[in-house]
Write a protein that binds this ligand. Structure first.
Ligand code: FAD
Length: 446
């Protein structure tokens, strides 16, 4: 797998013109598109996957240089292939991209790279959809959108219009050298924000981290990774976020072999924590007075998982070593005891702001009746309200795990099954039709 290079699928790009018609068109060849293609192949559904860039492009070029998977190699993978790594190690971003290329090659996935799908519209007078692409027009009976959960980086409208500040979204962050000299304000403390803030602090930068509501599971507890605990405790399978917790991010990291994210420890090490970023006004940034509460709720979440894990061990009589030291909470640093509510950016030496504030989706190309009044995909486990249109890879598509590597594979299976079932309905012929086709065949033999 390791000797695969980025051009492994060049032959798809160089292939002849697109077919005029396909049964099922899959748009996007990230992990979601590859998973759908695998399941469709197993079910014998003719299909084509169109990818505007390269396979797993998001892992290849849409992540910072040092990023490793948030889950260990034994967990963050598809069932049909293991990483060529220690199962407890964390794959680097390029290893993840290589993995999906190898995976696709394993079943000879019909992927055409370098082709963008620009518009999909339902046919008014015949079955299926007209698909306009950068390489021509195709007819497809079905369309699966596998274009990703994190397409358009979102920077909130409060961002200052100050030209002297270097401002980027976390999607554009690559490494500390990219930023001008000086301090950095990182807004958002989910997995991306906290990992970037930590990397910058280790590179010697003065870092302010704006921390909102978050979950922060222990990286490992009683010799098991949190991915294992979320699995056995059924938490990956939660069908929806708890009410009021919809905007709570999960702060985890596989960096340096994997460590629990502990904001109090980061503050002890010199990072300045602040509450949610509220507004910018004349070079001054204001933060909400919610830092202590956000940290306390993060600790609650952390300790609740330890409690649930202990109860699971006891109930099942497992032989997993006790770990009382995991309950240690670091003392509060000054920035937590006396939270900063206002900060003069120039006086604090802040030259850059990194907005680790998440992503939105962009379905402007999908011009069908598959969206609700708010413009959100309307679907049940990925089967949309527009017959023949499917979504995969969206947050909470069927459960908490839906955007994660292992989770998307299971969602893709459901969608492929649905497609196969619909094809069998479409192929049904009543007695009269069967007889007519037998007569026709006999006539053509004579
Ligand atoms: C920083 C970060 C770290 C993450 N780490 C992990 C992790 O460790 N473990 C984990 O399980 N998950 C992780 N995730 C979540 C998730 O696994 C990734 O976001 C993953 O890339 C999602 O895969 P996908 O196939 O759904 O979407 P994408 O990887 O975004 O793939 C969608 C593809 O569709 C293509 N496309 C889009 N529009 C079109 C079009 N109109 N025509 C043709 N092609 C199109 C794009 O080029 C892209 O290649 C992480 C996410 C982020 C942002």
């Amino acid at each position: 797998m390791n000797d695969l290079n980025q051009t492994a699928f060049q032959h798809y790009r160089d292939a002849a013109a697109l077919p005029g018609e396909v049964d099922t068109l899959v748009v996007g060849a990230g992990q979601a598109g590859v998973a759908v293609s695998e399941h469709l192949s197993k079910l014998g559904v003719p299909h084509l996957v169109l990818e505007k860039n390269r396979i797993a492009e998001a892992w290849r070029s849409g992540r910072w240089d040092s990023l490793v998977a948030n889950g260990p190699a034994w967990h963050d993978r598809f069932p049909g292939l293991e990483f060529d790594l220690d199962p407890d190690a964390f794959a680097g971003k390029d290893q993840v991209a290589d993995y999906f290329e190898a995976y696709a090659r394993q079943f000879d996935a019909p992927i055409r790279t370098g082709v963008e799908v620009r518009r999909v519209r339902r046919n008014p007078d015949r079955v299926g959809f007209t698909v306009e692409t950068s390489a021509g027009v195709i007819q497809a009976n079905r369309v699966v959108s596998a274009t990703g959960p994190f397409q358009r980086p979102v920077i909130p409208a409060i961002a200052p219009k100050d030209e002297s500040l270097y401002q980027i979204h976390s999607a554009a962050y690559r490494n500390p050298q990219q930023l001008p000299e000086g301090g950095v304000l990182v807004v958002g403390a989910g997995s991306s924000g906290v990992q970037i803030a930590d990397e910058l602090m280790r590179a010697g930068r003065r870092v302010y981290l704006s921390v909102g509501p978050h979950d922060r599971p222990p990286r490992r507890y009683r010799n098991r990774d949190f991915c294992w605990w979320l699995g056995v405790l059924g938490l990956w399978d939660a069908e929806a976020a708890q009410p009021g917790r919809e905007h709570v991010t999960i702060a985890v990291s596989g960096a340096r072999g994997g460590e629990t994210i502990d904001f109090r420890r980061l503050a002890q090490q010199g990072m300045t924590l602040v509450g949610l970023t509220e507004a910018f006004d004349g070079g001054v940034v204001r933060f909400q007075d919610d830092l202590a509460e956000n940290l306390a709720r993060g600790d609650e979440n952390y300790l609740a998982l330890l409690d649930a894990a202990d109860a699971y061990v006891a109930r099942n009589g497992l032989d997993l070593p006790e770990e009382p030291e995991a309950r240690r909470i670091y003392p509060d640093a000054e920035c937590i005891r006396q939270p900063i509510r206002e900060l003069d950016l120039a006086a604090a030496g802040i030259a850059s702001i990194i907005w680790a504030t998440g992503y939105a989706v962009d379905f402007s190309w999908l011009q069908v009746d598959a969206f609700d009044a708010a413009g959100k995909p309307a679907h049940q486990r990925g089967v949309s309200s527009e017959p023949g249109v499917y979504f995969v890879g969206l947050p909470w598509l069927s459960r908490r795990g839906s955007t994660f590597i292992w989770g998307v594979w299971h969602d893709a299976k459901h969608i492929a099954d649905h497609i196969a079932i619909q094809r069998s309905y479409a192929e049904y012929r009543d007695a009269g039709q069967r007889q007519a086709s037998t007569v026709q065949q006999t006539a053509s033999w004579e």
